[in-house]
Design a protein. Structure first.
Length: 202
């Protein structure tokens, strides 16, 4: 199924990673073999996993990368290119719904944003604390910077803060804030599944 840019992604501009000309170049040069990027000329698999460090200071983040002439970037992540070839557009963040960075099957790739990607990371690293929730003494604070809004007169993005007596209340506020400000149609499928029904249970 083709994914169209959700309203939240269009609003924040997170869908314009590749130009139309670059996507057409990818389509002319490669094809998608069930999540494997292959060259049309010789059918060879494209992409390698960069090791941390090395001559070019690679991050070693576990993503497949490759290079191609005629584009603005010298290196490309395979999963971004596969997403762009299939859907005709590309967000700044293409999320692996099943958390397997080398599995680039179309069903595993989802459009996302930096904020949503960070939220998923926090769910894994800080179980029990929702996005933007932290503990300060005996109180729990919700604080978030809304990347989807325009900067104010001082040039800073809007910040939202609320203080609660319990973690349960802070988590409920965090979930409801995201539902109100970032509709679920912009969320990766797995993130929607993780939050399904939780606003009714907290």
């Amino acid at each position: 199924m083709q994914q169209m840019p959700p309203a939240t992604l269009l609003k924040t501009g997170h869908f314009s990673y590749y130009t139309t000309a670059e996507i057409e170049l990818f389509r002319r040069t490669f094809y998608n073999d069930g999540g494997i990027l292959r060259r049309r000329s010789n059918h060879k698999k494209v992409g390698h996993v960069a090791r941390r460090g090395g001559k070019r200071g690679n991050s070693g983040d576990g993503y497949l990368r490759f290079g191609i002439k005629g584009t603005r970037q010298s290196k490309h992540r395979v999963h971004r290119v596969l997403f762009a070839m299939q859907h005709g557009w590309c967000p700044m963040i293409v999320d692996h719904a099943w958390d397997k960075t080398l599995n680039n099957h179309p069903d595993n790739l989802r459009a996302s944003t930096p904020s949503l990607n960070s939220a998923r990371k926090q769910l894994k690293e800080r179980p029990g604390f929702e996005r933007g929730v932290s503990q300060h003494g005996k109180q729990f604070r919700f604080r978030i910077v809304d990347m989807a809004e325009s900067p104010g007169p001082d040039g800073r993005l809007p910040r939202y803060t609320a203080v609660f007596k319990t973690l349960k209340e802070a988590n409920a506020y965090s979930i409801q804030w995201r539902l109100n400000n970032h509709p679920p149609e912009a969320w990766p499928t797995k993130l929607v599944d993780q939050y399904a029904g939780r606003t009714l249970n907290v």
